[in-house]
Write a protein that binds this ligand. Structure first.
Ligand code: PAF
Length: 304
């Protein structure tokens, strides 16, 4: 089925939402994209969709003539010992949610389709990938960059949509697009939080009720950082120390990093200012959680 068939078929003429097509094969996905005359939006995901994913999907539906959501738990972005096997999966629930929203295509390749035997290529965005998450997850950004580039080549989207919770991932993708002259407009949406302040993440599924209570310290730490910056405290060290105190008060938390840094290069700052990024990675039980905020209205000595 081509893109045009899908959008202007008999269901559409009867005012029914067009049926969502599920595609597993790379060649069929390419053929569908080639047949699209209008703009195509792509929302790349690893599934187990939550509200933040669905907001990205809605943004794509609003901005583009056709929307493809990819659902692929990408093995190359997990290092040995990480949670690839246990990553939460709910294919049927995801499919139902996307179909209800009016998504045109769900692209669900299997590992063999994306990485056939003999696959040898690496994609590395340098420097920015060595800091923050890259320091402890050596395979993550290479695996992520290769799969995102493959998805861009297969789906050929005009626009692609990512969440800002993984701020570093977003910057790596923007760098990849800029450096390789890719014809994709990368758009992002702010972090979505539950009512208690926890940033939405598929990995929140790993948290038991006590761990979830402890995990709220991430957002409290960021809130404290914002307040310190707004009250004129410039010292990045004082801000890091305060966040550390707030997180360490909670049982079962293990801090991986607390960073006060430039939002594009991720170089650590001595003094904060408007636009500085505060980024956190903390293990709580089996979950590795990340969160961040950009400082706004900081009373700053050194704005960038
Ligand atoms: O953010 C994610 O879910 C993944 O890293 C992505 C972008 C879908 C690539 O596998």
């Amino acid at each position: 089925m081509t893109c045009r068939d899908n959008r202007f078929g008999p269901r559409e003429m009867k005012n029914l939402a067009p049926e969502m097509k599920t595609i597993q094969s790379v060649s069929e996905m390419k053929e569908w994209s080639r047949s699209c005359s209008g703009s195509v939006g792509l929302v790349p995901t690893m599934g187990y969709l939550h509200r933040a994913h669905l907001d990205l999907v809605q943004k794509s539906l609003d901005a583009c003539d056709a929307t493809t959501v990819s659902l692929f738990v990408n093995p190359t972005q997990f290092s040995p010992g990480e949670d690839f096997e246990n990553y939460p999966r709910d294919w049927d629930g995801d499919r139902a949610r996307l179909e209800t929203m009016g998504v045109d295509v769900l692209f669900m390749p299997d590992t063999e389709a994306m990485y056939p035997s003999g696959f040898k290529t690496n994609v590395e965005v340098q420097e920015v990938t060595r800091r923050l998450c890259g320091a402890t997850r050596p395979d993550y950004f290479k695996g992520m960059a290769v799969v995102v580039l493959k998805l861009f080549n297969i789906v050929r989207p005009d626009k692609a949509f990512f969440g800002e919770k993984d701020w570093q991932q977003l910057q790596v993708i923007k760098t990849l697009v800029r450096d390789l002259n890719l014809d994709v407009d990368v758009q992002s949406l702010p972090i979505v939080r539950d009512a208690d302040g926890l940033a939405l993440s598929s990995r929140n599924e790993y948290l038991n009720p006590d761990e979830r209570r402890s995990a709220l310290a991430l957002n409290r730490g960021l809130q404290a950082a914002r307040e310190m910056a707004a009250s004129g405290i410039f010292s990045a060290r004082s801000i890091r120390d305060r966040i550390r105190e707030i997180i360490e008060e909670e049982p079962g938390t293990e801090i991986e990093f607390i960073s006060v840094c430039d939002p594009e290069s991720f170089v650590e700052l001595d003094e904060t200012g408007d636009g500085a990024l505060i980024a956190l990675a903390v293990r709580v039980g089996k979950a590795r959680l990340i969160d961040n905020c950009l400082l706004e209205n900081a009373k700053c000595k050194s704005p960038f």
